[in-house]
Design a protein around this ligand. Structure first.
Ligand code: HEC
Ligand code: HEC
Ligand code: HEC
Ligand code: HEC
Length: 199
C-alpha cells in the first residue's frame, strides 16, 4: 500500500484535478473490496451518459489529465510519438501505437475487459467505435464505479426530486472514491512507471 505517496499526490494536486472536489473519503476497506471484485453485476455505460446530468463535473474533468485528450490526456499519450521522454525513460517505444495494447488499457481506459467496459473497436463497425470513444481515458466510472446500476436510481432521484442516501447508490455500484481507487492505477506496477511520481 502506497498510502503516503498517494496522499501526497492528492494533497499536491487539488488544482490539477479539476474533476474532483478535493474530498477524499477514507473508507478504504469498502472501496478495496469493491475494487477487488469490480465487475460484480453492473455494466459500464460510458462517460457520455454521466455528462447528461453532470455537465459541471464533466467540464472540469475535460480539463484534467484524466480526460482522453488535452495536455497531454490519458488516452492520447498512448498514441505513436506522444510523450516521448516519459516513454523513453520507461523503456517504452516512442514510435509504437499503444492504443490497442492490453497491457495499457486497464488504466488508460474505462473498465477494460469488464462488462460494458472498453473494448478495442472494430474499424468496420460504427457502433463499437462509438462505444469505445466514450470509454477512453480515465472516465467518470474509472473512479466512481460502473454506472449500470446506479444511473437508473439517479434518474429516479432527479425525476422525483426526492431526497436520497448515498448508501442506496453505493449498494448499486457507486464507489466511495478513496485512496485505494487512485492507487489501483497510480502504482509502481504500471509498465510506464519510471519514478515515485507515478505512485
Ligand atoms: C439522469 C441523470 C443522471 C445521470 C445520467 C447520472 N447522474 Fe449522477 N446524480 C444524479 C442526481 C440527481 C444526483 C443526486 C445529487 C444531485 O442532485 O446532484 C446524482 C449524484 C451523483 C453523485 C454524488 C453521489 C453522492 O455521494 O451523493 C455522483 C458521484 C454521481 N452522481 C456520479 C455519476 C456518474 C459517474 C454517472 C455516469 C455513470 C452519473 N452520475 C450519471 C443524476 C444523474
Ligand atoms: C497500473 C496502471 C497503468 C498501466 C497498466 C499503464 N499505465 Fe501509463 N500511466 C498510469 C498512471 C497512473 C500515469 C500517470 C503517472 C503520473 O504522471 O504521475 C501514467 C502515465 C503514463 C504516461 C506519461 C504521460 C505523461 O504525463 O507524459 C505514458 C506515456 C504512459 N502512461 C504510457 C503507458 C503505456 C504505453 C502503457 C502500456 C504499455 C501504460 N502506460 C500502462 C497508469 C498505468
Ligand atoms: C480521478 C477520479 C475521478 C474521476 C475520473 C471523476 N471523479 Fe467525480 N469525484 C471524484 C472525487 C474524489 C470526488 C469527491 C469525493 C466523493 O464525492 O466521493 C468526486 C465527486 C463527484 C460528484 C459529487 C459532487 C461534487 O462535485 O463533489 C459528482 C456528481 C461527480 N464526482 C461526477 C463525476 C463525473 C460526471 C465524472 C466524469 C465526467 C467524474 N466525476 C470523474 C473523483 C473522480
Ligand atoms: C483508471 C486509472 C486511474 C485512476 C483510478 C486514477 N488515475 Fe490519476 N492518472 C491516471 C493516468 C493514466 C494519468 C496520466 C494522464 C496524463 O498524463 O495525461 C493520471 C494522472 C494523474 C495526475 C497528474 C499527474 C501528473 O504528473 O501530471 C494526478 C495528480 C492524478 N492522476 C491523481 C489521481 C487521484 C488523486 C486519483 C484518485 C482520486 C486518481 N488519479 C485516479 C490514471 C488513473
Amino acid at each position: 500500500m502506497k498510502n503516503v505517496a498517494v496522499a501526497a499526490l492528492i494533497a499536491g494536486s487539488t488544482a490539477v484535478l479539476l474533476a474532483m472536489s478535493g474530498r477524499i473519503a477514507s473508507g478504504e476497506d469498502r472501496a478495496g473490496a469493491a475494487m477487488s471484485n469490480p465487475s460484480t453485476t453492473h455494466e459500464f455505460v460510458g462517460t457520455k451518459k454521466c455528462r447528461m446530468c453532470h455537465s459541471k463535473q464533466y467540464a472540469s474533468w475535460l480539463k484534467s489529465p484524466h480526460a482522453p485528450s488535452g495536455t497531454p490526456g490519458a488516452w492520447d499519450i498512448l498514441k505513436r510519438g506522444a510523450s516521448p521522454e516519459k516513454k523513453r525513460r520507461a523503456g517504452l517505444a516512442v514510435d509504437a501505437d499503444y492504443t490497442g495494447d492490453e497491457r495499457c488499457l486497464g488504466c488508460h481506459a474505462v473498465g477494460f475487459g469488464q462488462p460494458g467496459g472498453y473494448a478495442v473497436p472494430d474499424p468496420e463497425h460504427g457502433r463499437s467505435q462509438r462505444a469505445a470513444a466514450v470509454r477512453r481515458g480515465v472516465g467518470c466510472e474509472a473512479c466512481h464505479g460502473p454506472g449500470g446500476g446506479f444511473v437508473q436510481i439517479m434518474r429516479d432521484i432527479r425525476n422525483e426530486q426526492r431526497p436520497y442516501r448515498p448508501e442506496e447508490l453505493h449498494s448499486a455500484g457507486l464507489l466511495p472514491v478513496t485512496q485505494v481507487v487512485c492507487a489501483s492505477c497510480h502504482s509502481d506496477n504500471a509498465p510506464c512507471a519510471t519514478s515515485p511520481s507515478v505512485r
